[in-house]
Design a protein around this ligand. Structure first.
Ligand code: MN
Length: 260
């Protein structure tokens, strides 16, 4: 077989000089889901109904039916999720090429450790570029916060306080800069959504949703294992359902990382 870029990649996977990192939270009935204020419709957790389990209902097979929100567990936000992107793409319309891109990881774990409501700033992004180079076109900008460590404890993960959830996210200037000054494919986080817990109080409200989805930039939420990625140099692969009309979809998110 003659050598091609794909055979080179397959060889690198074969000898483990390129490794696969799974950035996906396990999806189950226990997976935490966002809690909106009571006046809004809320999404249920995943549930499943068994159709058969090697029994009279199907003697040789087991299968189930799922009820799962589009925005449950590790998932993508399509532009039509937000009113600002309502004329944009649904999940099925996202070009597959956009689902592969350089992963750029901005690590604010220490800041979030000190302040769980930490806001990622435009200056944080500028500082990252000074150290690691320009955010490439088509990149997925990933905000590493350490929040994924809470994913098995819904209370700690959602972190509700008297004034609403206290979770990290980007500020308005960071989001606006990404939308206008760089050509990223998507913005990903470890928390339940791409906006900070107090995102409703911003101008505009929920800026990551409002500005990025309005600009055709996808969201990724509830990522895992971002600590296993380098700041740059990994290839992100996002694989949502090809759901027609979907505003979002649970997704398998993987990264190809050079072995160190
Ligand atoms: Mn979502």
């Amino acid at each position: 077989m003659s050598e091609t870029p794909v055979t080179v990649l397959m060889d690198a996977l074969g000898d483990a000089s390129v490794q696969v990192v799974d950035l996906t939270q396990s999806l189950s009935e226990r997976t935490p889901v966002i809690q909106l204020p009571e006046q809004f419709a809320n999404t249920p957790r995943l549930s499943r109904r068994e159709l058969s389990r090697y029994d009279d209902r199907g003697p040789l097979w087991a299968w189930s039916v799922l009820e799962v929100g589009e925005h449950t567990g590790t998932h993508i936000d399509a532009p039509i999720h937000w009113i600002s992107g309502r004329d944009g793409e649904d999940v099925a319309s996202i070009p597959p090429r956009r689902l592969f891109g350089p992963a750029v990881v901005v690590d604010k774990t220490a800041e979030v450790e000190r302040d769980p409501g930490y806001l990622l700033t435009a200056e944080d992004l500028h500082a990252h570029e000074r150290e690691h180079g320009r955010i490439p076109d088509g990149a997925w900008l990933l905000f590493r916060s350490g929040w994924g460590a809470r994913a098995d404890d819904a209370e700690a993960f959602l972190n509700a306080g008297p004034d609403g959830p206290v979770t990290p996210g980007p500020d308005v200037a960071a989001v606006r800069w990404l939308a206008t000054e760089r050509a990223i494919a998507g913005f990903g986080v470890e928390t339940v959504g791409t906006d900070a817990g107090n995102g409703a109080t911003f101008d505009p409200p929920f800026p990551a949703h409002n500005i990025l989805l309005g600009a055709g930039v996808y969201g990724l939420a509830q990522l895992a294992n971002l600590s296993e990625l380098p700041a740059t140099g990994a290839l992100l692969i996002v694989a949502p359902l090809k759901l027609v009309g979907g505003t979002g979809s649970p997704a398998r998110v993987l990264a190809l990382v050079p072995a160190t």
